[in-house]
Design a protein around this ligand. Structure first.
Ligand code: UDX
Ligand code: UDX
Ligand code: ADP
Length: 469
């Protein structure tokens, strides 16, 4: 079956870039990305490409080429569903904040709403593709809703999880390690899977496109994220051991990563992992395991989250204890708020939790991030509900210049590994801060020797302080 019309519901971090690349590589397919959020759609349609709703290196060029040719952004969800032979569901699936499975299970209400809307509108057969990360067996729930419409329309459900990482979305989409497509084990299922394989095969070698059954595909996505996060928690656990024993976690990572069975990637110690996926997906895995009574399995994976929470807390505690056990009224500069470099996304960013802990100690935080807006930063803090919005605005300020941010600071904390931080004139910063000049590097970003030479009292995740001197 040749697909000519695609609709993607959800114009977010996943739907937007994925459909942009898909449209770029398939000029003969009309791709319409829809969202109920009018502001978001307006931004995707903005003449000024710098105002796209998300920042990803290389994305502007792709949108510029495909938009208006065969890539469209719209709020007319029903029309796009009606026209399409293939519908991607790419809406958000946050962790539930209420009821059964609160704080752990994925909230599927947006997915269900999509399924019901598709069921209502569809008059011709459709292939429905789950793109959002979902708990295993969600495809079945979508199928139940779609199959009970009684209007004779036939649906095939595919699972096609997205593995792109933010900040490298375009590269990951252009040259993915693999594309995974799960479908029903039947003739119709195979036809549906093949039609999606053909779309990807316009730019991805066929041997990198895997087809499996639906459950394997859904579970693989959760497991991939759980394994990646587990590597970060594992090296972070070792980072504390390095700090007290005098080993350097960077050297340890390098040494173990050269073992081809371990591999060099995802072994960077940090202030803790963030992002919209890792925590949510592990909690989801834990919830599924518990649902089946697999308590040891659940506990095993939950430890990855416990370690990550500990790492963020430990970083904040270290700042307080180093600053003579009080940060009340002291100015602490945060370089970085995003959960990693090259993105304006802040979901679950370690910076939020470190700031919250320090604000509980009445510190004054000054934030500089090259891409994150002031509005976003306050939203992140207000969402925590730790104190009133007024109090958040009193204790934390956002500035647009790193040198101004650092003036008269009692300490500088590096929360995101933005490249530009390395290039700063650290001597100039040293001259403007309160002495002793403390720097807490949560990303092991700066050159310890150089910082000490300038005069900083520099500490970094995973390196013992005595070793710096
Ligand atoms: C291990 C390390 O691999 C080696 O680098 C170190 O020097 C000594 O310890 P060894 O114990 O000889 O070597 O064998 P290894 O191949 O690592 O297997 C260890 C155990 O893990 C075995 O029981 C093996 O069956 C099991 N294993 C290994 C699995 O169950 N699954 C795997 O994927 C790999
Ligand atoms: C992740 C997965 O990588 C991606 O495949 C999936 O589709 C979505 O979730 P993302 O969250 O965008 O992508 O970014 P990623 O690069 O995986 O980083 C996640 C967090 O882990 C960041 O906070 C990052 O700083 C941290 N991290 C990553 C480390 O602290 N150390 C590392 O070695 C790697
Ligand atoms: P992700 O990282 O998974 O892409 P985002 O939150 O960035 O998550 O994007 C999800 C998008 O889906 C949001 O822009 C949201 O407005 C949109 N969305 C959620 N539910 C629906 C729906 N029923 N119809 C259309 N769009 C929806």
């Amino acid at each position: 079956m040749k697909i000519k019309n695609i609709c993607c519901i959800g114009a977010g971090y996943v739907g937007g870039p994925t459909m942009s690349v898909l449209a770029l590589k398939n000029p003969n397919i009309k791709v319409t990305v829809v969202d109920i959020n009018q502001d978001r759609i307006n931004s995707w349609n903005d003449e000024n490409l710098g105002d796209l709703p998300i920042y990803e290196p290389g994305l502007e060029e792709i949108v510029n080429e495909a938009r208006g040719r065969n890539l469209f952004f719209s709020t007319d969800v029903e029309k796009a569903i009606d026209e399409a032979e293939m519908i991607f569901i790419s809406v958000n699936t946050p962790t539930k904040t209420y009821g059964k499975g609160k704080g752990m299970a994925a909230d599927l209400k947006y997915i269900e709403l999509c399924a019901r809307q598709i069921a209502k509108v569809a008059t011709t057969d459709k292939i429905v593709v789950e793109k959002s990360t979902l708990p295993v067996r969600t495809a079945q729930a979508i199928k139940d809703i779609l199959d009970n419409t009684g209007n004779g329309v036939k649906f095939q459900i595919l699972s096609n999880p997205e593995f792109l990482a933010e900040g490298t979305a375009v590269q990951d989409l252009l040259t993915p390690d693999r594309v995974l497509i799960g479908g029903e084990e039947s003739e119709e299922g195979t036809i549906a899977m093949n039609s999606l394989v053909e779309i990807y095969a316009t730019w991805i070698p066929k041997e990198n496109i895997l087809t499996t059954n639906v459950w394997s595909s859904e579970l693989s996505k959760l497991v991939a994220n759980a394994f990646l996060a587990q590597r970060v928690s594992s090296i972070n656990a070792i980072s504390e051991l390095c700090e007290v024993t005098g080993a350097d976690v960077g050297e340890v990572s390098r040494a173990i990563g050269m073992d081809s069975r371990i591999g060099p990637k995802f072994l960077k110690a940090s202030v803790g992992f963030g992002g919209s996926c890792f925590q949510k997906d592990i909690l989801n895995l834990v919830y599924i395991a518990k649902t089946y009574g697999l308590n040891e399995v659940a506990d095993y994976w939950e430890q990855v989250i416990i370690m990550n929470d500990y790492q963020k807390r430990r970083f904040a505690d270290n700042i307080v204890s180093t600053l003579y056990n009080t940060v009340s009224g002291k100015k602490i500069t945060f370089l970085g708020w995003a959960f990693k470099k090259d993105t304006n996304d802040t979901r679950e960013s370690a910076a939020i939790y470190v700031a919250d802990a320090l604000m509980n100690e009445q510190a004054e935080i000054i934030v500089y991030d090259p891409k994150v807006s002031e509005k976003r930063i306050y939203e992140d803090l207000d969402y925590l509900g730790s104190r009133s919005p007024e109090e958040n605005r009193r204790l934390l300020k956002v500035v647009k210049d790193p040198y101004i941010a650092s003036e008269e600071a009692h300490a500088i904390a590096i929360l995101t590994e933005w490249d530009e931080f390395i290039e700063y004139d650290w001597k100039k910063i040293y001259d403007s801060v309160v002495k002793p000049a403390f720097v807490f590097d949560g990303r092991k970003l700066l050159d310890a020797e150089l910082m000490s030479k300038i005069g900083f009292d520099y500490s970094s995740i995973g390196i013992s302080k005595t070793q710096n001197k």
